[in-house]
Design a protein around this ligand. Structure first.
Ligand code: NAI
Length: 308
């Protein structure tokens, strides 16, 4: 198994670090356009092999795509992150050019790869990667919902004072402060609805905190987060390379599912060796479906910027 991570910045390097620690591939390639960055970070990560006891090899490359040849999975994190006060959507112009070029270069050397898109605005970048590559839809997966759901579970855990790992909670829709939909009705604590433990107001606050979860960190740190985004990317990659068939909310191309078509948006999917293998129907109620439709409208407006 060979995995490439494009972009050796905060998210890409953290993702690659998690991938080698979990030994998801014999070989991991970290690639960046900035001279020396990927080589340096890869060497630093590889020097933890004896300390953390993993056998995966990681190498870096400054924009030499021949080193990525034959990759089974490629994670795209290249682009610029947002600064305080910026929305993910404001990144579109610069990141669209980067994602398009990277996707083309990657597929030239790894035509069979499954592509995971992390760069923002992620829903639009996933759609762009699908259009630019012409790949079958199941091989392009946008990562955002896994991170947003992890944040949802974290805020639930803080509000309820229970371990996050005992919570099941999902965020669907777009990966934006106003487009994501934390499914509070379906959130459970070891199988029981969280509404049995939290008031409607408290649950509402958890949902609101989740939606601005990324912005909260950007304001605190001065740039966007990387520990949870990197770990989320690696978890998605793990389900692909180990064919785990885990159900994660991921951004995929819809053709009528959840009432939407010709758009990439976050829905629960089964993730395995073929990429996303099946869309799972969570049977939204009317309010949730209306929110999903509104989210689709916003993402569609963003996608239309690409065409103009
Ligand atoms: P960063 O600035 O630390 O790293 C980005 C890296 O991409 C830089 O090292 C840069 O040199 C590289 N790069 C730029 N153009 C390139 C090209 N043409 N080829 C190869 N490498 C290139 O940014 P960070 O924090 O790692 O974020 C990366 C992206 O991920 C941003 O767009 C950010 O908004 C997004 N993000 C997405 C999340 C999600 O859940 N989908 C969560 C967090 C961040």
């Amino acid at each position: 198994m060979k995995i490439t991570v494009v972009g050796a910045g905060a998210v890409g390097a953290t993702c690659a670090d998690n991938i080698v620690r979990r030994e998801l591939a014999q070989e991991v390639v970290l690639l960046d356009i900035k001279e020396g960055l990927a080589e340096g970070k890869s060497l630093d990560i590889f020097q933890t092999a004896t300390l953390l006891e993993f056998d995966s090899k990681i190498i870096g490359s400054t924009n030499d795509y021949t080193k990525t040849a034959g990759s089974d999975v490629v994670v795209i994190t290249s682009g610029i992150p947002r600064k305080p006060g910026m929305t993910r959507e404001e990144l579109i112009g610069i990141n669209a050019g980067i994602v398009k070029t990277v996707t083309t270069n990657i597929l030239e050397h790894s035509p069979d790869a499954i592509v995971v898109v992390i760069s923002n605005p992620m829903d639009t970048m996933t759609y762009l990667a699908l259009q630019a590559s012409g790949l079958p839809k199941n091989r392009i997966i946008g990562m955002g919902g896994i991170l947003d759901s992890a944040r949802f579970k974290t805020y639930l855990s803080l509000a309820m004072n229970v371990p996050p790992s005992d919570l099941q909670a999902t965020v669907i829709g777009g990966h934006g402060d106003t487009t994501m939909i934390p499914l509070t009705r379906l959130a459970t604590y070891s199988g029981t609805p969280v509404s049995e433990y939290l008031s409607a107001e408290a649950l509402q606050k958890v949902a609101a905190d989740t939606m601005v979860g990324g912005a909260t960190l950007t304001n605190l740190i001065g740039t966007s987060a990387w520990y949870a985004p990197g770990a989320s990317g690696a978890l998605l990659v793990e389900s692909i390379v180990r064919d785990q068939k885990r159900i994660f909310p991921c951004c995929v191309y819809l053709e009528g599912e959840y009432g939407q078509s010709d758009i990439c948006l976050g829905v629960p999917v089964v993730i395995g060796k073929n990429g996303w293998e099946k869309i799972v129907d969570f049977k939204l109620n009317e309010t949730e479906q209306a929110a999903f439709n509104k989210s689709a409208e916003a993402v569609r407006a963003m996608n239309s910027v690409l065409a103009s």
